[in-house]
Design a protein around this ligand. Structure first.
Ligand code: A2P
Length: 336
């Protein structure tokens, strides 16, 4: 059995990776439809060894599409995802447009795959990249001893902001090395050789929306509104791979050694944790271009009776976006 699969946002950083992951995992694609804005119509994208001509989303008829993977921003999802679902497609949406709706499941493939079946609107939401990698590592701890509170600081690469954000880091870096004044467009201030504690819009409570996604999505995915999350989200001048310094307060005591052993057996996780130079994951040495969520620096919190520290690194474009969307598509296809 094969499926007619549409990629909405096929020319973008995530869409392009969705295409390569579908091909590399031999997803049963019968027909592949690449969609983007009118300005990209007629251009080509790579799907395995094939070139696929990009079509204009605005004029495309979704009839007959079995599975549609959307990664073209919230506004595009809000307008077109319901149309694809009404035409019979299962929509897997990478934007934040539907993530907090009660009738849309929010799924990390290793954590709550059973929820894909409960999709009354035909839409399944893919979580935010930072929540995604954090929960692949923390869900086993939550299941075993219960999580009471999470303190997290993120170090997020520019690819999370799409192609134009990566271009801005490249352009500013080259410019500054040539004694030019950096010009911020995509980011509020200079990103090259800098850090920006501001991702997505500020909320009335003074947190950014990126930070609140960690609060809202953690509770929804783990199915526990009592979990407290205290986030700070920071953009860093790294191209691929988000990192997170995470302190987890648990209901029952668990030691760092027990967490390490548990995560060594956890699906989607790779533990890299030796107290020697390079014995820990970094975006460049481990995560970039790879599938696992890497965990290192696992330590008992010596300031707290029931807490551990972890350093969690993963490719935000792969597990944080495209890979999880394809893994959801695999679960959907198995059940279709
Ligand atoms: P296009 O390249 O034609 O603008 P990124 O996150 O890397 O910036 O990519 C965003 C993706 O979403 C691109 O494929 C982009 O297509 C697509 N996109 C953005 N706005 C629209 C829209 N209004 N209709 C269709 N596709 C869109």
């Amino acid at each position: 059995k094969t499926f007619k699969v549409a990629i909405v946002g096929a020319t973008g950083a995530v869409g392009e990776t969705m295409l390569s992951i579908l091909a590399e995992r031999n997803f049963p694609v019968g027909e592949l439809i690449a969609l983007a804005s009118a300005k990209s119509a007629g251009s080509r994208v790579k799907f395995g060894h094939r070139d696929v001509v990009v079509q204009d989303l605005a004029t495309f008829d979704p009839a007959g599409v079995d599975i549609a993977l959307f990664s073209a921003g919230g506004a595009t999802s809000r307008e077109y995802a319901p149309k694809f679902a009404a035409a019979g497609a299962v929509v897997i949406d990478n934007s934040s447009a539907f993530r907090y709706d009660d009738d849309v499941p929010l799924v990390v493939s290793e954590v709550n795959p059973e929820q894909i079946g409960n999709r009354p609107r035909g839409i399944i939401a893919n979580p935010n990249c930072s929540t995604m990698q954090m929960l692949v590592a923390l869900a086993p701890i939550h299941r075993k001893v219960g999580i009471e509170r999470i303190n997290v600081a993120t170090y997020q690469s520019v690819s999370g902001g799409g192609r134009s954000a990566m271009e801005e880091l490249g352009r500013q870096t080259a410019g500054i090395l040539n004694f030019q004044e950096p010009e911020p467009h995509r980011f509020p201030v200079q990103i090259a050789f800098n850090l920006i504690p501001h991702i997505d819009d500020f909320q009335p409570n003074g947190y950014t929306k990126e930070e609140m996604k960690l609060v809202w999505e953690t509770r929804k995915i783990l199915g526990d509104d009592s979990i407290r999350v205290n986030p700070t989200a920071v953009r860093v001048p790294v191209f691929f791979g988000h990192s997170e310094a995470v302190n987890v307060e648990t209901r029952e005591k668990i030691t760092a050694a027990e967490v390490r052993a548990m995560l060594q057996a956890a699906p989607g996780v790779e533990v890299v944790d030796e107290p020697v130079p390079g014995g820990y994951p970094t975006p460049v040495t481990h995560a970039s271009g790879r599938d696992p969520v890497y965990v290192g620096r696992i330590r008992d919190d010596e300031s707290h009776p029931r807490a551990v520290n972890l350093w969690i690194v993963s490719d935000n474009i792969r597990k944080g976006a495209a890979l999880n969307a394809v893994q959801i598509a695999e679960l959907v296809a198995d059940a279709l």
